[in-house]
Design a protein around this ligand. Structure first.
Ligand code: SF4
Ligand code: SF4
Length: 661
């Protein structure tokens, strides 16, 4: 009779579980198509390294707690498989595995204790030393208590069975064996089945509770690591501007299916919130919340979509599917407009996310909807969009002034027939901004001193469109990118040097979607190679103690960390630059990326101030940057901190130019 009851409970639980799995798969299928089935070997490698190996999880010390919890569970999967089958077929056992079975039972015994320890630690952390980026939720405690109950029931059952002589204890199951001493033969007889049933019911309930809880990631995180983007996502998907299409994303089902899987995979670890410059400076945006809102919005709306076509659940949602809750600014199940505009697209969230959720492209795609469908964007962007489209620079300065800086420098003009190996793509800041023009001049000095074959496009150069794209004006960007590529091809350009990391990433990564394949070099790459080749030899150490800042679009998005450091080292008598607390991959944004350069920063602390204060804590004589936006932000920060008389902000090209004769 007991077996029959368990059989019914077990079948019911598994039927419900697989129904939920099917629903989750169907929900993911609502998203737009995208091929994430390429490079299967490398995807498997990624899944083993980051999903099973938890490589990102253990980048934080407490991540080891999760690591052991995870591996404890993995060890117990086989044992629980035997446990459930054994409940239906009492003769079933995995002992045909021989010595492996003995090892498995031993490992399960030890790992159950490890898991119990991890649960106690996790509860204590949440109660007594909870980091601010971890939410105190009843759900988390409930899950931890369930895991704890599972382990206690496991030990209780095995200890009783050892006491009763049904199981061999000793060193084969040392923990359960030790615990068996706490039971008398009578109590073990009655408690063995009680523990068995507790174990069985908690296990089956836990399995079915997962899809409804914050621990949904137990089911989705490993597939998300498998389907992750191979490299840091440095761009957004290109749009096809077809008549009748809606541009950007206003409904959750307009995301691609991998984005929907992202929403379901969040572990709510809060690491993205911890590193986000917006969250760190009291803005509305919290990337963890944004992902959670995406998940809640998805589950709420998917119900309505399924209700309209119950027989065809595995197809993408129809374009005109009605959503009961809007994705943007509807309620707590939506993302707020403010949050969408707060993002600097710095990528710090994506760099730390243990399950490779891609936040920034989602935010940019929601901006696309607000800009192109609704014309709802911060007022200060009106001028930026108009200037970029009509005058091809953010300030709206006459395009005929673009090459003014070069007038007295005898700069080779590719547009006048000069044959050059490299095009120096000056960029709008380098051409129009008076401070950035000093960097442009410094770079021309270096190029000439090293005998590089180079030239510029003069007044024919146009804005690359970086800010326009990150701000969601994809239509204008599309036109700018196509016109630029056509022009660059017309002049036979193959190799490009940029001084601005935003131009760099746009020409290198974004333009690739439009068929471009230029060899793009950031000036830090070129200068470091010129120094290494002995073409220039920095002699004087003019910058004093230098602290270095990693621009997000240079470091995080394009993995250029060593070259700027090598340049400074060569100019500082072999001394490496000082580092800030948050450096390299962990670098903190200056606040200007993602088009935020052109927007007011009204809420909370200024991001540039937060970063400048960090730089000043390193007691530098010079803050070295390799980006015109960072240059502006740090100069503002140093002024605000009244440190201009003792600390200079310089681009690495200026440091080099000052140290060569
Ligand atoms: S990209 Fe940067 S600013 Fe945007 S959500 Fe991520 S960490 Fe925050
Ligand atoms: S999005 Fe990633 S980093 Fe942020 S809370 Fe979720 S799992 Fe953690």
């Amino acid at each position: 009779m007991e077996r029959l009851i368990f059989l019914i409970v077990c079948l019911g639980a598994f039927a419900f579980f697989f129904k939920n799995i099917f629903r989750l798969v169907a929900t993911i299928c609502l998203g737009r198509a995208e091929n994430r089935f390429d490079n299967l070997w490398s995807r498997c490698g990624s899944m083993f390294a980051y999903g099973f190996g938890q490589l990102r999880v253990i980048q934080k010390k407490f991540g080891y707690n999760h690591y052991f919890l995870f591996w404890g569970f993995m060890t117990l999967v086989l044992v629980n498989f035997e446990f459930l089958l054994n409940g239906i077929f009492p003769e079933f056992s995995l002992d045909f595995m021989g010595v492996l079975y003995v090892l498995l039972k031993f490992a399960a015994d030890i790992m159950s204790l490890v898991v119990l320890g991890c649960v106690v630690l996790a509860i204590a952390r949440r109660l007594f030393f909870r980091p601010y980026f971890i939410d105190q939720t009843a759900d988390a405690f409930f899950i931890l208590c369930m895991v704890g109950a599972l382990m206690i029931a496991y030990f209780g059952q095995h200890a009783c069975e050892i006491k009763l002589g049904h199981l061999e204890g000793g060193m084969k199951m040392p923990i359960a064996w030790a615990l068996s001493n706490f039971f008398s033969a009578e109590s073990a007889g009655s408690l063995a089945r009680v523990f068995w049933w507790i174990h069985a019911l908690v296990l089956l309930f836990f399995m079915n509770y997962l899809p409804y809880s914050k621990h949904l990631h137990v089911l989705t995180a490993i597939p998300n690591c498998f389907f992750r983007s191979k490299d840091m996502v440095a761009t957004v998907p290109r749009l096809q501007f077809k008549k009748g299409e809606e541009f950007g994303i206003s409904k959750v089902i307009q995301f691609r299916w991998k984005d929907l899987l992202d929403f379901m995979s969040c572990t709510e670890c809060g690491r993205c919130q911890e590193v986000c410059p917006a969250s760190n400076t009291q803005k509305t945006l919290n990337p963890k919340e944004m992902v959670h809102q995406g998940k809640v919005n998805l589950f709420t709306n998917s119900k309505a979509v399924f209700a309209t076509r119950p027989a065809d659940m595995l197809a993408p949602a129809p374009k005109d599917a009605r959503m009961s809750v809007p994705l943007i600014n509807g309620s707590d199940k939506s993302v707020s407009r403010k949050a969408i505009w707060d993002c600097t697209t710095c990528g710090a969230c994506m760099q730390v996310c243990p399950v490779f959720i891609e936040h920034a492209p989602k935010i940019v795609q929601m901006r696309q909807h607000l800009v192109m469908e609704k014309a709802e964007f911060p007022e200060e962007l009106i001028a930026l969009f108009e200037n970029s489209e009509q005058r091809s620079n953010p300030w709206g300065i006459a395009p005929s002034d673009r090459a003014k800086w070069a007038a007295e420098l005898n700069v080779p003009m590719i547009t006048e027939g000069v044959q050059a190996e490299y095009l120096f793509y000056v960029g709008c800041a380098g051409a129009f901004d008076s401070r950035a023009r000093q960097v442009t001049t410094a770079l021309t000095k270096i190029l000439n001193a090293a005998g590089v074959s180079w030239g510029i496009l003069g007044n024919e150069e146009k804005c690359c469109g970086d800010s326009v794209r990150r701000l969601g004006n994809e239509y204008v960007f599309d036109k700018m990118a196509q016109a630029n590529i056509e022009q660059l091809k017309k002049y036979g350009i193959k190799k490009i040097i940029t001084y601005c990391p935003h131009c760099y990433t746009t020409l290198k990564n974004d333009y690739r979607q439009f068929g471009a394949d230029f060899e793009v070099m950031h000036h830090s790459e070129l200068i470091s190679s010129l120094i290494a080749a002995g073409k220039i030899s920095p002699a004087t150490d003019s910058a004093g103690r230098v602290v270095i800042h990693d621009s997000c679009y240079l470091g995080r998005y394009n993995n250029i960390y060593e070259q700027p450091r090598a340049v400074i080292k060569a100019c500082s008598g072999g001394r490496a630059p000082a580092e800030m607390e948050r450096c390299r991959e962990k670098s903190f944004c200056c606040g200007a990326g993602g088009g935020r350069m052109w927007m007011e920063e009204l809420d909370g602390k200024r991001i540039y101030l937060e970063r400048t204060q960090e730089a000043l804590r390193a007691a530098p004589d010079t803050i070295a940057v390799a980006c015109p936006y960072c240059l502006t932000m740090y100069e503002d920060g140093v002024k605000d901190e009244k440190a201009s008389d003792r600390v200079k902000v310089k681009d690495i090209a200026e440091i080099v130019a000052a140290s060569i004769s």
